[in-house]
Design a protein around this ligand. Structure first.
Ligand SMILES: [Zn+2]
Length: 109
């Protein structure tokens, strides 16, 4: 049995810095979670948590986090109604597992 905590302890200040970095890279260009993870040097898994927080916090600054939805590479099905940030595992139409990465960007509303 593993008794590991879900998230490692990270001070809030560092979290804030990471979020600011993510916001500034997304203001420059649309990026996938993988791209963000490479640029900001955090695990891809952590990117999703930050994006969730960023989505709420940027609204107060008159900005909006835009998500270009995933698409099935085989039949072109678009995962428009998906509310989670992570890439879906499988296409509900054709069961294909080749799905494009959702791409995130930040724009002023
Ligand atoms: Zn499909």
């Amino acid at each position: 049995m593993k008794n590991k905590p879900k998230k490692p302890f990270v001070p809030d200040e560092r979290q804030e810095t990471v979020r600011k970095n993510i916001i500034s890279v997304l203001e420059e260009q649309p990026l996938s979670a993988k791209d963000i993870s490479g640029l900001v040097r955090i695990p891809e898994k952590a990117v999703y948590d930050h994006l969730q927080h960023i989505q709420k916090s940027v609204t107060r600054r008159g900005l909006s986090l835009i998500i270009a939805p995933s698409e099935c590479k085989k039949c072109g099905f678009v995962f428009e109604k998906r509310e989670k940030f992570k890439k879906p595992g499988k296409c509900p139409e054709c069961r294909n597992e080749a799905i494009t990465e959702p791409v995130y960007s930040i724009k002023s509303v």
